[in-house]
Design a protein around this ligand. Sequence first.
Ligand code: PEP
Ligand code: MN
Length: 337
Amino acid sequence: MIIVLKPEATEREIDHILDRLRELGLKSHISKGQERTIIGVIGDDRILQNQPLIAFPGVESVTPILAPWKLVSREFKKDNTIIDVSGVKVGGKKLVIMAGPCAVEKLELTVGIAHEVKAGGGTILRGGAYKPRTSPYSFQGVGREGLDYLLEAKKQTGLPVVSEILDPRDIQLFLEKADIIQIGARNMQNFELLKEVGAYDKPVLLKRGLSATIKEFLLSAEYIMSRGNRNVMLCERGIRTFETEYRNTLDLCAVPTIKELSHLPVIVDPSHATGKWNLVAPMAKAAIAAGADGLLIEVHSNPEYALCDGEESIKPTKFKELMQDLKKIAEAVGREL
Ligand code: PEP
Ligand code: MN
């Protein structure tokens, strides 16, 4: 951490700051220039994260050197993290395609879509049994039995499943029935839920909050990892901006940025990012070109009748076509599909 002092800072004020740093167990190095005095703090300056050093008289600015997260960072782990999801590797050379309906509806429908996803080249089946809807009057998901429908689909297709948890009290159910526990955008900062999923080693797909900065996103991942769970995947799913032409703005810049800052796999969700089925394929392609490790795509055999997010769901034929196109892009950026 670098503390820049105001030009008029007095010796007394400087000593006061140095005393505090010593109290905190940190060493400091003072550099007195012609115009300014700078204090360099030596040691793990994360200790200072919650210390209001800027409040000390004489301090002009405080600049941390270390990122506020540790376990998620590239410095902590140089190599990409590869997560084993019941035999499917996430974060390696091979791209991972998670696809399926927004919400689990009926058993036959879920199983039918799962077969289509598998035939199209998908590697993981998605489906929400519990749905975090903006309106209390919208379909809230079929609940617990939805996880059984997904399990049946898994049994028939071999596809591992990802499903969203809303309530920490359901953790045992999800540990038993899901291969990846999804934390949705609305719960990215539900810290109790993050701590709960952090207590196990079940893979977690953490989605970026609607208005979350990358820093907040990575700190949420740090919450999970600091509890012991190292199997975290990050999912960029669009953020809220002033643009209203589409549902959200897909922040593709987040992909290479997070890849630099963190070793964790990055998945892109072009469905929720755009909210429009016709924008899913172009943004899916762009995401792979930008270096994403995989995609989360809503696929429905009958989007016109879907109980949730039909407007952004693509049909299985479109999904299959997209997979073919993605193969070429994957190859061009040194990945496999
Ligand atoms: C979802 O993937 O089902 C979902 C609700 O997405 P998000 O949390 O990104 O809105
Ligand atoms: Mn959806």
